[in-house]
Design a protein around this ligand. Structure first.
Ligand SMILES: Cc1cc2nc3c(=O)[nH]c(=O)nc-3n(C[C@H](O)[C@H](O)[C@H](O)COP(=O)(O)O)c2cc1C
Length: 333
């Protein structure tokens, strides 16, 4: 049997980078739900890391570890500089975005359009690796536009892997660079999980994580029979309890109740309120916690209507929780 030496990476579950969603408050909440998962930041452009407000762009809470910074960019020198800064800030990994198809990103020649330029991606990764004290990884698509060919996809991975990068997350669809919005590009190009499974079979020495519409415990288990990891995006955000179920299923931990998990978020929320951060910035990430549950709509409504009001505090969360209890749901209530 072939011996496979993969980089030490115990987490098989991770939460995908999502712009405007996976900010630090969100990641602290996700950490409570999924103690065993690796968490990814929103994408930050390398130039922003170099020239921007680092406290705002890079700050994170200690509880978030293991946490990876996702970078956007295509200039090897800038990416290397940003990687060194990320390592200084304590990130556990730096991930390069080769999957985002937005117009803005294409105009900057980064994201998914880099699928067409494997040599440039390899230069970027090589430059990042020379300075990195942390693993450098790639998140990519299967291809872009008419370039929909398994051999070409594997050749992309091979060229980048030749730099020594051994960890790839693959969003198992291609992206159309023209004509589809980023949202449509997450839905319309068909999923081809089999390409990712085949890549893992043919490149057993690489750590391959699969991404794209993985939405429940059974799906995670099925993918992990073929790949090293599963990366969860929208399902984790819209229905956070699913993330908790996935994590518990993998670790064997006993499920905690939604209410218990939310209460575990309280010390963090109150510390942020003390610092002058408005409640809405934290509670917007918990709106889906009672998704599909009795009282779930009331829970969501109370939080979304009240959290932006001046002075809103934890008592609002208690009111929202009360809306999910049997007394609030019975016709007599
Ligand atoms: C709101 C939103 C923002 C996203 N932002 C990023 C991003 O910054 N970087 C990235 O690589 N992917 C981004 N994605 C794509 C996700 O990481 C993921 O690849 C995609 O949603 C497919 O996974 P899912 O089906 O589990 O959601 C974003 C997705 C969403 C929904």
């Amino acid at each position: 049997m072939q011996t496979v030496a993969l980089s030490p990476r115990p987490e098989r579950l991770s939460v995908a980078p999502m712009m405007d969603w996976t900010d630090s408050h969100c990641r602290v909440f996700h950490r409570l739900l999924a103690p065993g998962a690796r968490l990814y930041t929103e994408m930050v452009h390398a130039q922003a890391v170099i020239h921007g407000d680092r406290d705002r762009l890079l700050g994170f809470d200690d509880s978030e570890h293991p946490v990876a910074l996702q970078l956007g960019g295509s200039d090897p020198g800038h990416l290397a500089q940003a990687t060194a800064i990320a390592a200084e800030w304590g990130y556990d990994e730096v991930n390069l975005n080769v999957g985002c198809p937005s117009d803005r990103v294409q105009a900057g020649r980064f994201g998914a359009c880099l699928m067409k330029e494997p040599a440039l991606v390899a230069d970027c990764i090589a430059a990042m690796r020379t300075v990195a004290k942390v693993p450098v990884t790639v998140k990519c698509r299967l291809g872009v536009d008419e370039l929909e060919d398994y051999d070409r996809f594997r050749a992309f991975v091979d060229e980048v892997a030749a730099t020594g990068c051994d960890t790839f997350f693959v969003h198992a669809r291609k992206a159309w660079l023209q004509g589809l919005s980023p949202k449509e590009n997450r839905e319309i190009p068909p999923l081809r999980y089999d390409w990712v499974y085949r890549l893992k079979r043919e490149r057993a020495d690489l750590w391959i994580g699969i991404n794209g519409s993985v939405d429940g415990v059974d799906a995670v288990r099925a993918h992990l029979a073929h790949c090293d990891g599963a990366m969860i995006g929208r399902a984790a955000y819209h229905d956070p309890y699913v993330l908790h179920r996935m994590d518990a299923a993998l670790s064997g931990a006993v499920l905690r109740s939604r209410e218990e998990l939310l209460r575990a978020f309280r010390p963090y929320v109150e510390a942020q309120l003390q610092r002058g951060i408005a409640l809405k910035h934290m509670t917007r990430h918990v709106l889906g916690l009672y998704h599909g549950q009795p009282g779930g709509r009331g829970f969501r409504q109370i939080l979304s209507e009240g959290a932006h009001r001046p002075g809103a505090d934890w008592s609002l969360v208690e009111r929202a929780l009360a809306a999910t209890r049997p007394a609030a749901l019975s016709p007599a209530a």
